[in-house]
Design a protein around this ligand. Structure first.
Ligand SMILES: NC(=O)c1ccc[n+]([C@@H]2O[C@H](COP(=O)([O-])OP(=O)(O)OC[C@H]3O[C@@H](n4cnc5c(N)ncnc54)[C@H](OP(=O)(O)O)[C@@H]3O)[C@@H](O)[C@H]2O)c1
Length: 581
């Protein structure tokens, strides 16, 4: 666990279930049968996809960014972005559809990252919609098969996410799960992904689809660790896929943020040596050099030098124009796949910010305090009344079940054809249905105003509208004065208990450090000026039958952000991550 993660770990105040939680549980039952409202966001076309650089007051529209892109180093055929409300009418579908269920029936899978947020939802959906699926080999980091089986039970089979499946199967649930899910101890950062040769041979014999969802998702991980997991890892998994005699597809989960660019990002493969199109970044990424730097620095390093290794990662990423170590090493992972795939059929899914389930298996399921949620939590606790962000920037969010549906549909489409192609899909909302940071925090605020968090004394925490701050130095002064004011530390001497005062002061300083670190890490995303084109996902939707559209909803255009943020996502986060606060 990183220092930041430790600092962000939610502290439980032992209040048990609040009235909010009871409301949410009741609502959750209802929302399973209440169709969500179609998006009614009144975005004016003028403001659509427009971002204002608050420091220079220049504006960039998506269209001009697109034109700029066209003049860039790579030819592309994408069209200008559609209107935000332009989503496909769910009642129309291609007669035969893609044949998603037919494809899944009887297929055997090898899945990495199964103990993670996304792949768990993928496994659940696979087993629920297609119980006649073959076996799913789940790679789990563990010392041996027994330990892997233990993690499979504790982190997958016995969890809330799988309750719907459990109620479908009743008493035979455990048998069904044990029959379908095969735990495999391994690690993508080891050679041959650290799995025993006999199980590797079995996988090579029977597996049809390999899904790589494993990653190190810490933004500022040690460079050696991030390169080994996110850059070399996918290639090691691809190595196993190449050995599979009946392989239909290798599906890799990347991230939409791998591009390091501004403007409209197309659903196109990342070229080896991709160079960020800015005068500041003139060097192409040399994969061999980066792999060597990571390896050599690992050999030269001691455990103590973790801060240096983290710094190295950020430095290498920024030197080439990427936001952080995570995005840079994931980008190099895609480059490695492009380089090494030979004639293997590959699909790369690039989700943007993944948040809680929209509908399935029930609305609001989420795991971990991730992406926007640490900010939401500090805001709800009244500790972050302002944040370093551009209110007009679009925050590209996508519910996890829609990412999973996109994965399954793309998998079926290309797995059936099994052509030696590489296809890329963006599971993202910024072009089809953008939500600004202003609206994101407005809806979050509405939620907390209606259902406030409570402090240690059981008192409701009152929050104010989010204040947007445009520079890190302004944020730094703002947050320190806010924290001091809130804790009445302005006049230290006025405190009768000096010891207590010192303790509170130390706590405030710690909080300030955490918030500053958070703001620094998130700054690129809070002033983001890219939109992820999803024309290829829309093309897939056009091929789906009416039934497939109902079963595998991938149309982010149907999301009503107010409903989702206020009544699904934040409540889900409170129920499943904050455990009912
Ligand atoms: N969450 C997002 O918002 C988001 C957005 C865009 C893209 N993505 C991508 O989506 C994928 C899934 O993300 P997630 O949110 O599910 O991440 P997550 O919750 O952090 O899970 C990561 C998974 O990868 C596994 N893993 C990490 N290092 C490994 C290693 N060396 N060997 C084997 N397994 C390893 C973890 O295993 P342990 O349980 O043992 O740690 C865990 O199962 C990733 O590729 C990520 O880059 C995520």
């Amino acid at each position: 666990m990183t220092a930041l993660q430790t600092a962000l770990t939610v502290d439980h105040n032992g209040n048990g279930f609040s009235s909010f939680h009871k409301y949410y549980c009741a609502r959750n039952c209802i929302s399973n049968v209440t169709p969500l409202l179609k998006s009614q966001l009144a975005y004016r076309k003028k403001n659509m996809l427009m971002t204002t650089n608050t420091t220079t007051t220049t504006t960039t529209t998506a269209v001009s960014a697109y034109k700029d892109y066209q003049g860039g180093y790579t030819a592309t055929t994408i069209e200008a972005p559609p209107a935000p409300s332009d989503h496909l009418e769910p009642l129309h579908g291609a007669a035969g559809g893609i044949g998603v269920l037919e494809f899944l029936r009887g297929k055997n899978f090898f899945v990495t990252g199964g103990t993670g947020f996304l792949a768990k939802v993928l496994i659940e959906k696979l087993l629920r919609t297609m119980p006649d699926v073959g076996k799913i080999y789940v790679l789990i980091r563990a010392k041996d098969k027994q330990a892997a089986a233990e993690r499979l039970k504790n982190e997958i089979i016995d969890t809330d996410l799988f309750k719907s499946l459990e109620s479908l199967h009743g008493k035979s649930y455990k048998t069904f799960m044990q029959e379908k899910l095969i735990p495999v101890a391994g690690d993508v950062s080891e050679s041959d992904i650290g799995i025993e040769s006999n199980i590797a041979a079995e996988i090579a014999e029977v597996v049809n689809v390999v899904v790589n969802s494993s990653a190190n998702t810490t933004f500022d991980e040690r460079y050696d660790v991030a390169v080994n997991t996110n850059t070399r890892g996918p290639c090691r998994v691809l190595g196993l896929a190449k050995k599979c005699k009946n392989l239909c597809l290798f599906l890799h989960v990347s991230t939409a943020y791998i591009n390091g660019e501004s403007g409209i990002i197309p659903e196109e493969p990342m070229q080896i040596g991709h160079r960020v199109r800015s005068q500041m970044y003139t060097n192409e990424v040399d994969l061999e050099t980066e792999l060597n730097i990571a390896l050599q620095s690992k050999e030269a390093s001691q455990v103590k030098s973790t801060p240096l290794m983290k710094e190295l990662g950020l430095q290498r990423a920024k030197q080439h124009g990427w936001e952080n170590t995570y995005a840079f090493t994931k980008a190099m992972g895609e480059m490695m796949i492009t380089k090494e795939r030979e004639n293997i059929p590959v699909v790369i899914i690039r989700p943007s910010v993944i948040e809680s389930t929209y509908r399935e298996p029930f609305p609001g399921w989420i795991e971990g305090n991730r992406m926007m949620d640490p900010v939401v939590l500090f805001y709800g606790k009244g500790q972050l009344p302002g944040f370093l962000a551009n209110p007009e920037a679009v925050i590209d969010i996508v519910p996890v079940d829609m990412v999973v549906n996109t994965i399954l549909v793309a998998m079926a489409k290309h797995g059936k054809e099994a052509k030696p192609e590489l296809n890329v899909y963006h599971a993202a909302s910024s072009v089809s249905n953008p939500v600004t940071l202003y609206d994101f925090f407005k809806y979050t605020c509405e939620h907390f105003k209606s259902w406030p968090l409570v402090d240690r004394d059981g008192k409701e925490i009152r929050i104010t509208d989010m204040k947007f701050i445009s520079t890190l130095s302004d944020f730094s002064s703002y947050i320190s004065s806010e924290i001091i004011e809130r804790n009445s530390l302005m006049d230290d001497e006025a405190k009768p208990d000096e010891k207590l005062s010192k303790r509170v002061k130390a706590k405030c300083e710690k909080l300030e450090t955490v918030l500053l670190h958070l703001a620094t890490l998130y700054e690129p995303y809070m002033f983001f000026s890219s939109w992820f084109h999803n024309g290829k996902v829309k093309a897939l939707m056009k091929m789906m039958s009416v039934e497939e559209k109902k079963l595998f909803e991938c149309d982010v255009g149907v999301i009503d952000w107010k409903e989702y943020i206020c009544n699904i996502h934040v409540p889900g986060f409170r129920t499943h991550v904050l455990k009912g606060k």
